[in-house]
Every structure is written in C-alpha cells, then in structure tokens.
Design a protein around this ligand. Sequence first.
Ligand code: IPE
Ligand code: IPE
Ligand code: MG
Length: 598
Amino acid sequence: MADILSLAAIDDPVLRAAYRHCRSKVRQRDPVEYSIMQLMPPVLRPACWAMWAAFSAADDIADAAEGPLGDRAARLDAWTAALGSELLVGHSADPVRHALIDTVRRWRLDAAQLQLSFAALKDDARGRHLETWREWSARVGDSNFSWASLSMTLLSRAGVPVPIWLRRKDTYQRYLDGLYLTDTLTDLSQDLARGDISLPAEVLDLFPQAADHLRERRWSPAVSDLVTHLTQQAHRWLNQLDLTGALHPGPAEMLRTATRLFHARLDAVHEAGPVVLSRPVLPTWRMRWQILAPAQARAALAWRLAPLSPPPRRSGPVRPVPHQARSPLSVQPPPAHPSGARPPSIPADHMPRHVAVIMDGNGRWATSRNLPRHQGHQVGADSAVRDVIHGAAEIGLNYLTLYAFSTENWKRDTQEITYLFENVRDQLCSDIVNQERHGIRLRWAGRNEGLPEDLVEELLRAESTTRHRTGLTVTLCLNYGGRAELTQAAAQLARAATVGDVHPDHLSEDDLASHLLLPDTPDVDLIWRTGGEHRISNFLLWQSAYAELHFTEKYWPDVDRRDLWLAISDYAQRERRYGTAPPPTSSPDRPATQDSAQ
Ligand code: IPE
Ligand code: IPE
Ligand code: MG
C-alpha cells in the first residue's frame, strides 16, 4: 500500500491518509469494483479510489434511507457546493474530497464534468419516476458515463491510448447499462429498504403485481419472473462483442474481467432467489478469486508492455469551477440584433419546435469576393451561426439543427476540409459552450470516422459540458449523412434481433426511430436551405418526413437572425395535413369536369 502511494508520487502525509481512507471505503462498500480497480496500473489506482469514494459518498447522500427527499437533495447540494469552493483553494477537511481535489489537479481532470455528474445524482435524491428503459438509460448515462469517461481520461493522461470512439458506441452505452442493471439487481434490497424501485414502469408493467409484491418484500411468482427477466436482460447487455477488439491490452483486460465478474454477480442473484429481497448478494469469494487471479497476471503483463508516463507531482492551478445551481429560471435572453429588430410574435400553436438549416453558399460567397472558400466557412461559422442561434433563442425555438459537414463533403479539397474543421473546433464549439447564461446546449450528430481526434474530443467535451442546459438545443450535424444514419440504425436493429432484444415481425417505426443518432430530438418541422439550391442533400431523411421546406437565395454568410424569423413566419402560414384531406370549403375548388369545360 505504502508502495503504491509512493509510486503515484503521493508524499504528503495528510494526502496519504486521505487516499488510504478512500481505499478502505471502496474496498468495504464495493469489493467487486475495488478488485477491478486493482487491475489498473498501480500509479493510477489511488486516483480511482478517490473518484469512486467521492461518487459513493455523493450517491449515499442521494440514496440515504432516512430523511425526506428534499433534505437529501439539499445535503447533496451542500456537498457539491463545498467541493466547488474547495477545488478553488486546493484542499478540504473532508478526506474523500481532499483526495479527489488532489486527483483532479494532478491528472488535470475536467472539474466541470465532475461537478455535472454529482449534479446528476440529485435527480436520484429527488426520487424521479422512470417510465421507459430509454429514460432509465439516460439517467444511468448521466451518472455512470462521467465516472467511466474520467477513468478513460486518466488512462490517456498516463499515456495509454483509449480510443474516443469507444465512448460514442451504442454498444458501449448498452454495456454500461448492463453494469448498472446488474448493480440494481444485486443491491435490490437496499433500494427496497428506502421504498424505491429504480426500474422503469415499462418493465414492471410486464409482470402484474410484481411492483406491489416487491414493496412488501414478498417473493411471489411475479417477482421471481421479473428478476429472471432482468437477469437475462443484464446478461445480454453485458455481452457486447465488439468492445475490446481495437483496445490496448490493458483496458481490454479490465473490460473483459469486469464482464466476467458482473456475469458472476448475476449468477449469484439467480442462485440467491428470495434472498435478494433481504440483503445485497455477491458471488462467492472463491468464484471472484477464480476470475481475478489470472486477470491480475494478464493485466500486469499488459501494463508492462505499455509505456506509462510517470505520475505527475501535484502542482499548478486548477480551473475554477464555481458551483452552479441548475435552474431553467437562470436562462437569460440573448443579446439583441444590432439593428434593434425584435422577433415577430408567432402564436404558440404555429411555432415550429424544430428548425433544421442547410447552411449552403459559403464557397460561392467567398469566391464572389475573390477570397479562398474557407473564408466563407469562417464568416459563416462566426457571424451567421452565432446570430441565428441568438435569434432562435430569442424567438423561443426549442431545437435548431445545423448542417455543417456532410458525409459527401469528404469529396472536397483537403485544405478546405481542414480549415472547416478548425473553425468548428476553435470557434463554434467554444462559442456555444460560452452561452451558458442563455441556456444553450450543444449536441453533435455524425460519425467519428475520418474526423481528427481533437475535434471529436472537443465536440464530446462541449456536449458533456452543456448537457444540463435547459434553453435552446443546437444540434450540429457534422460528418453526418441521412443514409449513413439509417444504415447504422438498421445495423443496430439487426444486432438487437440476433440477441433476441427485438423480433423482426414486431418491428415498429418507433423501434427504428429509437436507434437514430439523437432519438430524443423531435421530428423536424421546418427545413430551411440558403444559397439558392432546392434539394435536401442527404439531410435528416427520416426526421424530415413531414417537414415544411423553405428555400432562400442568400448565401449563408450573409444571413442573420432576421432571415430565420422570416422562415418561421412563412412556416406559421402553412397548413400541415399529414395525409389528411383538407377541410371542406363552401365553394369547392375542384377543377371543372371535362364536360362542363368544353
Ligand atoms: C456549405 O457551403 C457548407 C458546406 C457544405 C460545408 P458550401 O461550401 O457548399 O458553399 P457553396 O455551395 O459551394 O457555395
Ligand atoms: C449540403 O451542402 C451540406 C452542408 C450544408 C453541410 P452541399 O453544398 O454539400 O450540397 P450539394 O453538394 O450542393 O448537394
Ligand atoms: Mg454547397
């Protein structure tokens, strides 16, 4: 133990005590997770203990059996607020936070991301009801995603390449769901002790009375069937075949071992039967040892092959992260247009929810001024995009989607593409991240393949930093193609069918829609294309099935928010029918019959 702390360059006695405290907390509370952390390179283990201990401390506050929900949320708020100010000064009297602050500084972790994941736990503290697996998964994603991605960041800081595509793979998200569902099952008794059932209504409804019996802690046939169903589901989710293929042998070994241990936990649930209602269940010590002993040998070998960077000594300032309450009330209106123009007033039932823009004409704008094409992209991304986003927020739009680079745009000159990506990375992303007071959230739809890693990293960071904002959602379609999106959705469905998650005879349109890149974004109401062309160019093929279309001549860099408002005003005049017949009028406008015309 002393060796590990020294190996990790942790010399200060108070810090050493803080890390030791974290270690024993993790080992006692979560022995399986602790043993997975033991597969990390020794220099990173103390950081893992600190992060896990901090998440558990916050989780325990959120899940506390005693006290009303509001109190738990307030206590969690106080805990995260304390962490926020202690991060600024660099130390804490609380040993877990003290070790965590050291970890954040030493490994240059994203403190904002850390705060967000604690904030996500607040929803647990409020005891939110979950209707569907999709909602459940989003909640799990909020708290688990951050821990998993912080661990990956740790590995990359130590010089172990962890490809960023892993984090965006739907199979990886499913795998995390599998880990979390296993956790829920093994710790079912603790949830029940608090009177919680943290499962979506969608699955509880499949087993009538199971929810009531669970609350009474009665092991009935319905409860037994529910637990069997969930155990099988978790086994399936853990079996994601393509996760470890391209990974460095170290993280690959960790993932494989975690999978084996979690399957063993599920087997323990199955064997425990009614006992899961009265106490947490664990695989036997012997079973764990059979999995872990060879894994430790393989992991040690894998890390020996990896050239690890030496652990950094603690130093340097940390970026301040003030604690922020998340509240829709804190969203402020964006700055007005310089002309003083105000948005038209559109009746709420005529407002589109989702406007998608094909920002075309950058190249022609530049060429007509004898400038290189990339300058058109730059002006487009700077002035036009920023102003249109402000205009969208000002008029009260919920979703604005911007087509920035299509899967077909790779056919362009490399230089033009490089500049365009630089604009997005250095300008557009940070511009949106800085719109916090206007509540603007950024999402990215598109493929990773071919994009520079630093651009993907920036997009993921911007998504993560802004994901709790409650104002306008701006989706950037970058390296996006409608056909590519539908093809990957079909591939996911085919994969789900092979493991029995869906049946081809029962497939619905909703099933396909739920595998699109951003399934929680509503259909497009209005597509607006600038630059004079009248085509869709492979944009949002599924989502715009019933969109209204609006085309304007101006090149994108000449556009400002007033053009968006005109597009929305035009939309507000349209009559949307969705295939119904128009309402009857007193003078039918049917063309005259041939007889009467002659
Ligand atoms: C749209 O502008 C931006 C992208 C496609 C990346 P263009 O670059 O297509 O501009 P034009 O159509 O050539 O003028
Ligand atoms: C569509 O514009 C793609 C984007 C705006 C990103 P293009 O300029 O690539 O479309 P085509 O080639 O004219 O159809
Ligand atoms: Mg074009």
